[in-house]
Structure formats: structure tokens, C-alpha cells
Ligand binder design. Structure first.
Ligand SMILES: [Zn+2]
Length: 281
């Protein structure tokens, strides 16, 4: 049975923290676990506040969203790869900040922006992510040719690259900020694939209401169940959720639907541990 992961790319100063308070309340109402990928720099500025709002909920996983959101692979919309020393620093320091702030190990990484081909084709990056001590990376966040939405891909290990213990756990669907045209640097119409592999999930214009957002979420959840995916997880950003839907209606509708469909809610870390166990002979 497919499981559901609520996950948040937590990155913007101020706005993300403010929305995390609201997100926590909804999670408590529904007794839902969740994964927060947090940018390390935010913890240098707002670490005590983040610890207060997220640190004492045992079912919350705190993972890394790199140190400063520098893009780790060339990306057509998000920027170009810096030198290897900078890339390594983003990984190591990002992990350290989580571990220092929350006093717990951080096996998970979501690189800023994500990529259309995960870490494949960049052996240096695979090796450096593994040697930084990460057990999983959630970097496959785009559809073919770096389009949205990200398709419903299954997890895989980087065994072919020589790292069978490093797992890729993809994210699915829209980067919800793009669904709402919240990113002014990118014209969303230019990043929708044609012909779309999932046309029902591509509205003809940016959405205007939390109910419309839920309707798109529902398509991905239903399709993931049909495909018998181990889990489905949408790509959410607290700053964008808070701006669009200050009452968190979409979150409540989505969590209620997950319950209605009988899906277990989980975290990326729990899913990673499950994958590793399945792999054991
Ligand atoms: Zn991000």
C-alpha cells in the first residue's frame, strides 16, 4: 500500500519560519509525521526558533536543504554549478547545521531546486554526497527535460555508480510555488512539457485557490496508488504555502484525503530505512 510523505523545502528567512508554526498545528490536528528539509544558513539566523517550533515533535524528521541553497548541478532555471569546493561545503556544512541545531543525526538531503536526472551522470557528486554521510538524497524533482510536474518515479539506489547504500527518494508533482506562479524569475509556461506525460495534472493557468491546489494533489495521490508506488510526496515550500493559503486549507484537505484513502503517513527517513531493510538478503 502506498504511503504518504508531507515534506517541506524550508529556505526563506522569516516567511518559512512563520508558516512552520501553522504547519505544525495542522500536523498535530491530524497526527501526521512530516519531513522538513531546512537550509543550514537559516539555522544560523533562526535556529532557536526552528528548534522551538519543530524540534520537540518526535514524528518530525529534520533533514538538510544544503547550507545556502547553492545549486549543485547545472540547471536551466536555477543556476550553474559552482566549483567542487563550494559544492562540498554546501553538503557538509548543511548537514552539520541540522545536527548541531537539533542534536540528532541527519541522513537526508534535498538539494536546492533538484534535478531532472537525480545525481546520475555526476559521479563526483554521488561520491561526495555519500562520503558526507548522507544515506538518502531526494533530488529527482523534475519531469523530462527539466519540466514540471515531476513524474511519479520510484526510489532507487546508486548501486550502478558504486554506492548501493545511497538511496534516491524522488519527490513528485509540481513545485507548488510554480503552480501558483510565485517564482517571478521563471515563466512557468516555458517549463511545462509538450506533449505532457500527465496532461490532467497541468492546469491551463496558474491556480487561484487552495481547493484547486488540492484537486491537483489528489490526481497525484490517486495515480500513485494506481501505480502501487511505495510512497507519494509533493514538493512544498512553507513561504509559498503561507502566502497563498494563510489558513492552510490545502494542507487540511490533503491530509483528510490521505486518511480517507487509508494511506499511512510517514517521513523520508522512515521510507529510506524501509528501502534498506528490503534490500537485505
Ligand atoms: Zn529550495
Amino acid at each position: 500500500m502506498t504511503r504518504y510523505i508531507a515534506a517541506y523545502d524550508t529556505e526563506k528567512a522569516g516567511d518559512c519560519l512563520a508558516t512552520c508554526h501553522k504547519i505544525r498545528t495542522v500536523h498535530e490536528q491530524f497526527d501526521f509525521p512530516g519531513t522538513f528539509f531546512i537550509v543550514g544558513k537559516r539555522l544560523e539566523e533562526e535556529g532557536a526558533e526552528y528548534r522551538a517550533v519543530l524540534g520537540d515533535v518526535p514524528s518530525f524528521e529534520i533533514a538538510s536543504h544544503t547550507y545556502s541553497h547553492i545549486i549543485l548541478r547545472d540547471h536551466p532555471f536555477c543556476g550553474n554549478t559552482p566549483d567542487n569546493m563550494t559544492r562540498q561545503r554546501e553538503l557538509v556544512l548543511g548537514k552539520e547545521r541540522i545536527e548541531q541545531t537539533f542534536q540528532r543525526p541527519c541522513p537526508g538531503l534535498r538539494p536546492g531546486c533538484g534535478f531532472a536526472n537525480a545525481l546520475r551522470g555526476d559521479p563526483w557528486l554521488v561520491e561526495t554526497v555519500a562520503s558526507a554521510g548522507f544515506g538518502y538524497v531526494s533530488s529527482l524533482l523534475w519531469g523530462p527535460e527539466t519540466t514540471v510536474p515531476a513524474l511519479l518515479e520510484k526510489p532507487f539506489s546508486y548501486a550502478e555508480e558504486g554506492y548501493p547504500d545511497l538511496w534516491e527518494l524522488p519527490g513528485h508533482g509540481w513545485h507548488e510555488n510554480l503552480l501558483k506562479a510565485h517564482n517571478l524569475t521563471v515563466n512557468v509556461r516555458r517549463i511545462v512539457a509538450w506533449p505532457s506525460p500527465f496532461p490532467e495534472a497541468v492546469p491551463l493557468r496558474p491556480i487561484h485557490t487552495p481547493e484547486e491546489e488540492f484537486a491537483v494533489n489528489k490526481l497525484f495521490i490517486d495515480r500513485a496508488i494506481e501505480l502501487d508506488l511505495p510512497y507519494v510526496s509533493l514538493i512544498w515550500h512553507p513561504w509559498s504555502l503561507g502566502r497563498f493559503d494563510p489558513e492552510m486549507r490545502m494542507l487540511k484537505l490533503t491530509f483528510a484525503y490521505v486518511r480517507e484513502r487509508g494511506l499511512e503517513a510517514t517521513t523520508y527517513e522512515a521510507e529510506w530505512r524501509r528501502m534498506m531493510q528490503l534490500q537485505q538478503p
